[in-house]
Write a protein that binds this ligand. Sequence first.
Ligand SMILES: *Cc1c(COP(=O)(O)O)cnc(C)c1O
Length: 391
Amino acid sequence: MNSKKQGTKAVWGGQSELFYQGATQVPIVNSVTFGYDNVDDWFDVAIGKKEGHIYSRNTNPTVAVFEEKVRVLENAEAATSFSTGMAGISNTLSTFLSQGDRVVSIKDTYGGTSIIFLEFLPKHGIEVTLCDTANHEEIEAEVKKGCKMLYLETPTNPTLKILNLKRLIKSAHEVGALVVVDNTFATPINQQPLELAADIVLHSATKYLGGHSDAMGGVACGNKDLIQQIFHYREINGASLHANTAYMLLRGIQTLELRVLRQNENAMKLAEHLEKHNKIEQVFYPGLKSHSGHKIASEQMTGFGGVLAFSIKGDFENVKVFLNSLELAHLAASLGSVSTLIGPPKVTSHVEATVKERKQLGIPENLIRCAVGIENIEDIIADFDKALLKI
Ligand SMILES: *Cc1c(COP(=O)(O)O)cnc(C)c1O
C-alpha cells in the first residue's frame, strides 16, 4: 500500500482484505471485551506474542482500521488514536515530558495546545518557551540552548503563518530533541512532515480527516517505538477512540483526497477574488504570492489547504454586517468540514486574548477566518459579494 498514491490509500488503507463474513465495509465492533476459547491463546495475546484484542480501552478492531488508514496516509511505521485531537496532543506531551524538561514551541499553536503550554505544563515543572511564530532565527536559538522537544504547527491559526519544517527539524535533531508536528491544517494530502524527518505527526481527526463535522478523534503517527510509548500512556489514561466514532471517521476519510483537492482549489479562488475586492483590507493565504510564507509553503506543501483569513476595511461593525448576511456559511468554530465555516478570531479562537495580545500575534480586530467547504466556489463567491455589498 505504501507505493500507492494518496487517493488510493484513503480508500484502501486498512481495508484491502475482507472483514467478518466477507463484509467489504468495516464492521463496528461494539464489544468492550474480547473472549477466548482457551487460556493459552488469551495469555499469548495478553503478552503481545499473538495479535488480538482484549479490552476496547486498549485496542478495538474498528479503531485499528482507522489507525491503519492514517498510518498508511502519513507513510508512518505506526499510528495510535484518541478520543479527540486534544487528547492526542496532551497524551503525546505527557508521554515524553517530565519535571525539569524543556519544550520549545511557537506562540500561534492551536488555542487548546497553547493553554497546555501556558497553564498545565509549568504546573508539572516543565519549562515552556514560546517563540514568535515565523521567526526561524529565534526558534533555532532557543532550540540550541537545549530542549527535550520542539513542537510545531504549520500552517498556523488564523493567519496561516508557515514554518520551514526541514530547517527547524534539523536544528532540533542537532540537540537530540524530539520533533512533534500538528498536521491538522495541512492534512497528509498537502504535507507529510515525517518525510521531512519529523518524529511524530499529530492530527485532530475531527477536522479534515473525518471531514463532516460530525465526529471527534485524534491520531498520532511515527516510528514503532515512539508510538508504542504514546499508546501505553493513552491505554492507561483512557482517552480512547470509540468504535462508533472510528467508523464515522473511516467513512469520512475515504473521500479525504477528493475533498482536500477541492478545498485547495476553492480556497485559492476565494483568496484571489477577495484580494481584488475593494472592501477587503488584506487576505492571508499561503497560496497567494503576497503571503509571507508563500515560498516555503510552495516548497514543502503540495497544496495550500482550505483555510484562509481576511480583514475587512473599517471597524468590527462591518465584520458583523458581513457575517450576518452570509447564506452559504455556518458562523461556527472548527474547520475541515464539507460546508464552509466562518468566524472572527476575536470571537472564536482568540476570544480570551486582549486587544494588545491579538495585535502582538498579528491578528487584526477585523479579521475573519474562513474554512472553505466543498461547495461550488462560484456560489460561495457570489454569496460573499452579496454580503460585502451590505456594508
Ligand atoms: C481542532 C484542532 C485541535 C484540537 O482537536 P479536537 O479534536 O478539537 O480536540 C488541535 N490542533 C489543531 C490545529 C486544530 O485545528
